[in-house]
Design a binder for this molecule. Structure first.
Ligand code: ADP
Length: 273
């Protein structure tokens, strides 16, 4: 599923003393099957951007087309947008509320008015996708599980909606190293097996370096850089050579580049011009 964002601008608290332009003329195209890493400092506009992608926020100007359908138009139902674009919030386990894991995962599909049979199939499938053992955990309370397991339940709940685009906001935040590796492995498998378009918001260079094929760097509400990791590093180097780099971005990208070189030496090499 392709996403085309044109002239997207969002202003919080417009025409008040607290006015804040959080997104400033964003223009990007994401292709079907892209695995995008969305990075940038706190306050750069990442979460404002992803909330537009599933219709939670409306832009002040600009639009977003998903497979040529303008999801910012008034005629489009939010329900249909959220079915196409699944958003896993930060600490999604805080939103678990049902008494059993089965019920929690079934909640979204139930709201779609699907048959019990289809709901059952989706719960089974999405538990498998995130590596939860159906028979072992379906009747347990989500609150009995470990942090990493709870997070899987929450992600399964989003997958049960069968979205074509999956957005994950800091999916490894607060997990121990093992929980983190497990979740990242699951996300990678999801991507490889399902040909999904995935957008991963992360502060973690490791997460980004391991997984993505394109990177969007946000800076003060704008897309500062967008492209394949190696293109971005080249661009950062050019900017640095001309003394034009934005210091925070340059610092960030250098750290990222080091990580990627360590982790994916064998996948690609970055030209050291
Ligand atoms: P990030 O996800 O990169 O940390 P955000 O999208 O949360 O960035 O924030 C972008 C800017 O918008 C920041 O200056 C932030 O303070 C502001 N902002 C975010 N949410 C709100 C809100 N609900 N009301 C007012 N300002 C907000």
């Amino acid at each position: 599923m392709s996403i085309k964002i044109t002239g997207l601008t969002h202003v919080y608290n417009e025409k008040t003393p607290f006015e804040k332009k959080a997104l400033d003329d964003i223009n990007i195209e994401i292709e079907q099957g892209d695995f995008i890493g969305l990075i940038g400092h706190t306050g750069s506009g990442k979460s404002t951007l992803i909330q537009h992608l599933n219709g939670l926020l409306k832009p002040n100007s600009g639009n977003i087309e998903i497979n040529n359908m303008d999801i910012t138009s008034k005629e489009i139902s939010l329900k249909s947008v959220r079915q196409k674009v699944g958003l896993v919030f930060q600490y999604p386990e805080h939103q678990l509320f049902e008494e059993t894991i089965y019920k929690d995962i079934a909640f979204g599909p139930q709201n779609l008015g699907l048959s019990e049979e289809e709901i059952h199939r989706r719960v089974l499938e999405s538990m498998e996708l995130v590596g939860l053992d159906y028979e072992k955990v379906k009747d347990r309370s989500p609150f009995e599980l470990s942090g990493g397991q709870k997070r899987r339940v929450a992600i399964a709940g989003v997958l049960a909606m069968k979205p074509e685009v999956l957005i994950l906001d800091e999916p490894t935040a607060g997990l121990d190293p093992k929980g983190r590796d497990d979740i990242l492995g699951q996300i990678q498998q999801l991507y490889e097996k399902n040909n999904m378009t995935i957008i991963l918001v992360s502060h973690s260079m490791e997460d980004i370096a391991r997984l993505v094929n394109k990177i969007i760097v946000m800076h003060r509400g704008k897309v500062a850089l967008y492209g394949e990791p190696r293109e971005i590093f080249k661009r950062v180097e050019e900017l640095e050579n001309f003394g034009l780099g934005v210091p925070q971005i340059t610092y960030f990208m250098r750290a990222l580049k080091n990580k990627i070189e360590n982790i994916r030496d064998d996948i690609f090499t970055v030209d050291e011009a």
